[in-house]
Design a protein around this ligand. Sequence first.
Ligand code: SAM
Ligand code: SF4
Length: 357
Amino acid sequence: MGQTRKGKTMTLEEVLYWLKNEDERSLDQLWDKADKVRHSRVGDDVHLRGLLEFSNHCSRDCHYCGLRAANNKLSRYRMPEEEIMSCVEEGVAYGYGTVVLQSGEDRGLDVDWMANLIRRIKRETPLAVTLSLGERSEKELSLWREAGADRYLLRFETSNPELYKSIHPSLTGQEPDRLELLRTIKRIGYETGSGIMVGIPGQTFDDLAKDIETFRDLDLDMIGVGPFIPHQETLLGRKAKTPGILPEEQVPNTELMTYKVMALARLVQPLANIPATSALATLNTPTGRELGLSRGANVVMPNLTPKKYRALYEIYPSKACIDETAADCRSCMHRRIRSIGRQVGEGRGDSPSYKKA
Ligand code: SAM
Ligand code: SF4
């Protein structure tokens, strides 16, 4: 194992050793290593990103997600500009350094309207703007970057191309894969974030080890990792069994496995910003975020979405925090961060790897 500026060059065997390790005592060593690297490379600040789920329209049919186009049981919404701006201002008042504008892959979203919204947020607030709008053309991505957007989040979900194709049907038959698109996003100049779901039916331990290697190969600035949570209105949510792989090869979609992937992500890409995700908090609402922050994470994403829309952004069922207001989320996150002896970061909280690029 060698130490480089980027982090540990762990072999696939070393990564697999940890992924398959179930011994609590030795896992304590993994948590400890990840926490030490987090402390020494990105410090004790926990950065707050205000998450605004501003549209649940989606033209995709991802086999895992409740927002998929074919789910006609879901009422759709798209927030108007003034309503978005008042949530953004609430984020500024709460001291957040970033607003994350997230939606389904909403083809009804006017590209110029989006650019104007980004310009307005950048003009009227000090916030960094992160976009998470799905797969977009280089032209659209460049326009939004020129309008002032700072960061882009697009998870590659799994690095196994066959598994990816089987759960993420193409719209046109010839779009670039997400790994290719992530390289484009980086080249355009965005601070670039990606990640995966842990425990996708059909995902093997070898796949997961390669996902972790891919975080490093892509030199990601942000890495989001959450457990796959089945949704009844999706193909994957209804499947009882996974064909094609042996039961012992299937990665479990558990809280423990998610912590392992977060901790390993911290070791291979030490300067990245890594959130303790809502999906993790959905599996363990009392302490999931705190444990994530103690095992490699340094970011949380309090929700700014108005309460009336939260249940409609149902990516997966029983999502954490759907009954809370933005104010509740703010005080809850502050309390959790203080309870583990860490402090809320000030400013935008850019990834140090991006500043150095
Ligand atoms: N539409 C954009 C996209 O796909 O990149 C952004 C929104 S999408 C809902 C954000 C992420 O939610 C996806 O990248 C995926 O990893 C996650 N997600 C979707 N369905 C999920 C599920 N059933 N369980 C856990 N995470 C899920
Ligand atoms: Fe749409 Fe994103 Fe959900 Fe896929 S994961 S269905 S693109 S919202």
